[in-house]
Design a protein around this ligand. Structure first.
Ligand SMILES: *Cc1c(COP(=O)(O)O)cnc(C)c1O
Length: 400
């Protein structure tokens, strides 16, 4: 059974079977966990990462590993990609894409609000390497277009984005990037392939933190990038083998196990999130709710067009967030006051506006005003889990 066999199947079948096959030696139905760091070989194989081919046998786990390879194949099928490569974390994946695609004198266009780790990497690390950075509100395609330069090599968007849940029109962003000869990379962590398949909309690379929805249980960190065989082959050689951010096979095995239920979980996350979003929207203490599934979302039309599922991420605003955060830390009985997202457990965290603007986003002028207008003093980022929606609403009601 090859993974190609699963490409014509439905997404639930793919989530369970793609990339996996019963073990040839034992008949084991579930994937084997292969922790071996090295492999016995019976032919001469080049010691260079530059000579790795898709059919190169397993040599060393930093090159490729049988458990990790099953995870990569499954995600490739779910994303409709030719190939996929896994990393130790979402940040390892993001950094590897940017370092391997960009050289001194190149230019990157990135969203001006997104995952704080990515935001700081783009603002601090890339300029030190001689890369020029333009930061735009990518939910407005025209602002991507206006930032293009002759040396633009990469456009990086996150949709839906941290923490405002802004939606970027992937098809439009891809057309703009390609007209300039640049690649489009999409951090699709919030969407997952159940909601959006960026490659089918023209993106060149899809990036995921597997730590979030794809693993789904909050017990394993990982990252991945999917795309063409050519781009992913080169990314594996440089971004994994040389930079070294390789995923542990144990984490790959846990994430692979989590992926089987991804379509079911996303449906339940969406259903719960819609219930909680409506509850919050009608709550007298809540000033504003951001959820792509609500009619009040500023890019609802784009969200409807490119998302088959609105996911379980929402953010909301109250007038005085700090005391509310304090109450949440002390009094929440179901929801955990914790960072991260995409787990079966609901997680909430205050994204303080002053802190974000100073430390990660460094917005000024009109962009800062626009952010404050939306986010006020801070947004509670809420990752809706798989508990009963009534319990989540009661938990929030008690602290608001
Ligand atoms: C968490 C996250 C990352 C980073 O992933 P890690 O696995 O924590 O390194 C990147 N992008 C988004 C959108 C995320 O939510």
């Amino acid at each position: 059974m090859s993974r190609a066999d699963m490409r014509d199947k439905g997404i639930q079948t793919q989530a369970i079977h793609a990339g996996e096959a019963p073990d040839a030696a034992t008949g084991a139905s579930a994937p084997n966990l292969v922790m071996s760091s090295t492999f016995v070989v019976d032919e001469e194989i080049s010691f260079s990462a530059n000579n790795i081919r898709p059919d190169t046998p397993f040599i060393y786990t930093r090159w490729a590993n049988p458990t990790t390879a099953q995870l990569e194949s499954k995600l490739a099928v779910l994303e409709g990609a030719e190939a996929c490569v896994a990393f130790a974390s979402g940040m390892a994946a993001s950094a590897a894409v940017m370092f391997s695609q960009l050289s001194q004198g190149d230019h990157i266009i990135a969203s001006n609000t997104n995952y704080p780790g990515t935001a700081e990497f783009v603002r601090d690390t890339l300029p030190r390497m001689g890369v020029e950075v333009a930061l735009v509100d990518s939910s407005r395609s025209e602002s991507i277009e206006a930032a293009l330069q002759d040396n633009t090599r990469l456009v990086w968007v996150e949709t839906p984005s941290n923490p405002l849940l802004r939606i970027t029109d992937i098809r439009a962003a891809a057309a703009i990037a390609h007209r300039a000869g640049a690649l489009l990379a999409v951090d699709s962590t919030f969407a997952t392939p159940i909601a959006t398949r960026p490659l089918s909309l023209g993106a060149d690379l899809v990036v995921h933190s597997l730590t979030k929805y794809i693993g789904g249980h909050g017990d394993a960190m990982g990252g991945a990038v999917a795309g063409s065989q050519d781009l992913i082959g080169r990314l594996r050689g440089e971004g994994v083998v040389h930079y070294g951010g390789v995923i542990s096979p144990f984490n790959a095995w846990l994430i692979l196990r989590g992926m089987a239920t991804l379509p079911l979980r996303m449906r339940a996350h969406e259903e719960n999130a819609m219930r909680v979003a409506q509850f919050l929207e009608s709550h007298p203490r809540v000033r504003r709710v951001f959820y792509p599934g609500l009619a009040s979302h500023p890019q609802q039309e784009t969200a409807r067009a490119q998302m088959d599922n609105f996911s379980g991420m929402l953010s909301f605003r109250v007038d005085e967030p700090r005391p509310v955060a304090q109450r949440m830390m002390r009094k929440l009985s179901v929801i955990h006051y914790a960072v991260s997202l995409g787990h079966h457990r609901s997680l909430i965290y205050l994204m303080d506006t002053d802190d974000l603007i100073e430390s990660s986003y460094r917005l000024s002028g009109e962009e800062q005003e626009k952010y404050r207008e939306s986010a006020g003093a801070g947004l509670f980022r809420l990752s809706i889990g798989l508990e009963d929606a009534d319990d989540l609403c009661a938990d929030l009601d008690a602290v608001l």
